[in-house]
Design a protein around this ligand. Sequence first.
Ligand SMILES: Nc1nc2c(c(=O)[nH]1)N[C@H]1C(S)=C(S)[C@@H](COP(=O)(O)OP(=O)(O)OC[C@H]3O[C@@H](n4cnc5c(=O)[nH]c(N)nc54)[C@H](O)[C@@H]3O)O[C@H]1N2
Ligand SMILES: Nc1nc2c(c(=O)[nH]1)N[C@H]1C(S)=C(S)[C@@H](COP(=O)(O)OP(=O)(O)OC[C@H]3O[C@@H](n4cnc5c(=O)[nH]c(N)nc54)[C@H](O)[C@@H]3O)O[C@H]1N2
Ligand code: SF4
Ligand SMILES: [Mo]
Length: 890
Amino acid sequence: MNDDAIIQTTCPYCGVGCGISAQVNGNTRQVNIRGDKSHPANFGRLCSKGSALGETVELNGRLLQPKVYGRDAGWAEALDLVAGAFTSTIEKYGPDAVAIYGSGQLLTEDYYVANKLMKGFIGSANMDTNSRLCMSSSVAGHKRAFGSDTVPGCYDDYEQADMIILIGSNAAWCHPVSFQRIRAAKEANPALKIVVIDPRRTASCDIADLHLPVASGSDAIVFNGLLHFLSQQNALNKTYIDAHTEGFSEALNSAENSSGSIEQVAAQCLVNIDDLRCFYQWFAAREKVMSLYSQGVNQSSSGTDKVNAIINCHLATGRIGKPGMGPFSLTGQPNAMGGREVGGLSHQLAAHMDFSSADDIDRVARFWGTHAIARKQGFAAVELFDAIHDGKVKAVWIMGTNPAVSMPNADKVIRALQHCDFVAVSDCIANTDTTALAHVLLPALGWSEKDGTVTNSERCISRQRALFSPAGMAKPDWWIITQVARRMGFEQAFQYRNAGEIFREHAALSGFENNAGHGLRDFDISAFAKISQHEYDLLQPVQWPVNQAYPLGRARLFDDGQFFTPSGKAQFIAIEPRPPVNPPDKNYPLILNTGRLRDQWHTMTRTAIAAKLNQHKPEPSVEVHPLDAQYYALLPGSLAVINSQWGSMIARVQITGSQKQGSLFVPMHWTEQYASQGRMGALVNPVVDLVSKQPESKHTPVRIKAYQPVWQGFILSRRELAVTGSEYWVKIKGEQVYRYELAGETLPEDWRSYVRKNLCRTAGENSQWQEYQDLAKGNYRAALIFNNQLETVVFISAGNHLPERNWLTGLFIRPQLEPQERMALLTGMPPLGVPDAGIIVCACFNVGEKTIRTAIKEKGLKTHQEVGQCLKAGTNCGSCVPEIKALISS
Ligand SMILES: Nc1nc2c(c(=O)[nH]1)N[C@H]1C(S)=C(S)[C@@H](COP(=O)(O)OP(=O)(O)OC[C@H]3O[C@@H](n4cnc5c(=O)[nH]c(N)nc54)[C@H](O)[C@@H]3O)O[C@H]1N2
Ligand SMILES: Nc1nc2c(c(=O)[nH]1)N[C@H]1C(S)=C(S)[C@@H](COP(=O)(O)OP(=O)(O)OC[C@H]3O[C@@H](n4cnc5c(=O)[nH]c(N)nc54)[C@H](O)[C@@H]3O)O[C@H]1N2
Ligand code: SF4
Ligand SMILES: [Mo]
């Protein structure tokens, strides 16, 4: 690799799919990350997570060598073992006794070969992926309406729309670059209406003209009500309905019968009737309407119906396939779309073909040259882990996902894997809650070393390119899979030498018997079937289809009113709204909602490495409405235990009027690696949607009560510690410091020896501590200094009388402590006249809350733009703008 080369690649996090321009020094593993100005997904912008990628490429914590039953091994041994275990299980119990569980974070090429191995050659469709937990309701809704899994629109529509509805999407945090683009579109065109439909008032409401805090799970009622309203107002497009759709009258009947009057809809959805009417009127009056939706829609036992209820309203008004309008499923993972293209879900086969068609099965079998092809769909995620639990599936290979955390009823998933005969896990990180359960660990290349393609929400295929040479012995996922395939006796079909060869085959299959590019199937990238390795290396972002008819790709589909159903017409689906399967009851009276925070990615295996990203929300939290907090006697900043029928967790209470009364919100991110009791998946009910089999992760009945430890405390330490003797702990990596938040259930007799023995064991016995102990009050404070640099501080309190952590944390980056700082250490507060930045608000420029408050007050700043000019805060990714605005108004 050249010194300081610039490499174009793609962000490995969300489905916005931002292009990155990486300046690398290949010898040092240093990289300077910038947004790629030429990439159509972001035009140079990045969010906090993308900007911090350079901090996540370190080798510390990486899985660098294969491991077999806990010991280091060579590749040959590990691959032989996986192939042997799969082969012998198949011989004894048949192909349905093995399974692969993949991920929308695999590259298309990795995914393609995993799917081909399982469905084409092992002959079982037991290949499912975490996309089942993510996009499968959208996939099913698209298939029902369009006959194909097609996202019709594109990002360019944002600027052209008259109204954008965010349904169950917190795009401000989860699709930040798209959200900032919508914000800019609104600033340029104040007439653009933004409506947010979400039980919570989220950061996305910052740009909203209207927020509908609907009851959990009630979206199908809202959109059935809208269809009814449009009909009453004569706001339907009859010409479009007649020419391009089928099933309208059944759908309208259902909508009328189920929704009733607007008053009834508002009452069922628990929203203000005037707000609801306003939304309906806006929708009726505007032609260019986009409905952007995400997990608040998909992750529901009626997720597929919610999707179709939304699509119905677009079909009834003919608002699809044209600029500025359409239903738009925001995909979550960087390659959620690529996974759908290769057929990663267990009911799909490949290249947008599936098991419902004998012709598809025959076609794919001929293309792959196999007689062993699976003929029926396999287990979907929840069924799959149940089958492992019940011993029906005896060998499983997990790739690029962390089901011990992210699956519903996750404690059962752990038990299932503990008792499974054979578990192989491919990951790039050594210690995760799932790698802990593996018999064989296969080290995969990480983002900065991988090569291949991903597809974003708007069907745009982009290259991920390697920045560095492989870490340790790590290998590309496609390589690992093909090596196992060859060892299982499928040499001929898995002879790839690089990702480009796989991409060409994938492209060829998409065009195979697909009517010379004029489309039996929507997904067609046959224009790439013969590209050279050089062309693959230079591939620029392009939106599929890319074929004879559309050699340069296609921004929008369905502009011609032609769909991929047998009749060529789009299908209305009659929707009978259903409430969530498990309603709250007297034992579990509250609804648990789960989702994402701004600066963490899923199970934190990568984002928690970047100190910058851990400052915004450092601990597992639970958002509680003020009246619920009062009722359950929960104090702000205290700890609470949340229980469901399936499991429990402990989280820090955050009281907020943004939360709907009767419902709690917890972030999905914490694992056993970072918190003792923060793994929320343990609580989540394993109920699934009947059509899509996607779990209802946004609605679990729970109860909450105060957790009352006898002491609480924190430790800041330059070195990572092995903390025992604290029932509750959270580990937070900071800049040159590890922070541990602690709470315990027994009061030790002597704090000094307890701390040394259980909490800070790495500090030498003879080290010189500054100490303060007040046994009567149960307070203990200590600090350890080496070479006039802070090494450790410990603060323990029998109540929760602890100072804020920011000032002390900031001292760890100081080359030398000032005398007055040393003196102030055990007070935990900065010496007089020294400013304290407060909690970090802007992660991009490290600007704290107190700094912003002071500037607002002293300089009389009135807008977030003025704060930006003064402190830079909020001027990069913009995702902290809502918080800056809240500080200004307070
Ligand atoms: N920062 C960050 N960004 C991410 C990710 C991440 O881990 N971190 N993950 C990526 C992935 S894979 C995905 S899938 C996306 C997810 O992106 P989003 O779907 O936007 O994120 P979530 O926070 O899971 O859920 C969105 C909202 O749904 C709301 N909701 C809950 N129940 C209902 C309901 O019944 N109706 C409605 N209308 N809303 C409801 C929740 O209150 C929540 O605010 O984010 C992607 N982007
Ligand atoms: N309750 C609740 N549960 C949820 C959700 C929710 O909102 N609420 N959201 C669901 C959704 S939408 C999703 S997408 C899932 C996400 O859940 P997961 O997929 O379980 O979460 P990740 O942390 O993204 O796991 C990815 C794993 O792959 C590893 N990895 C990263 N890159 C590579 C690579 O190139 N190759 C290999 N082999 N490994 C790699 C990472 O280190 C990590 O261990 O969670 C789902 N679960
Ligand atoms: S919005 Fe952020 S996380 Fe998503 S692709 Fe862009 S930089 Fe990555
Ligand atoms: Mo997702």
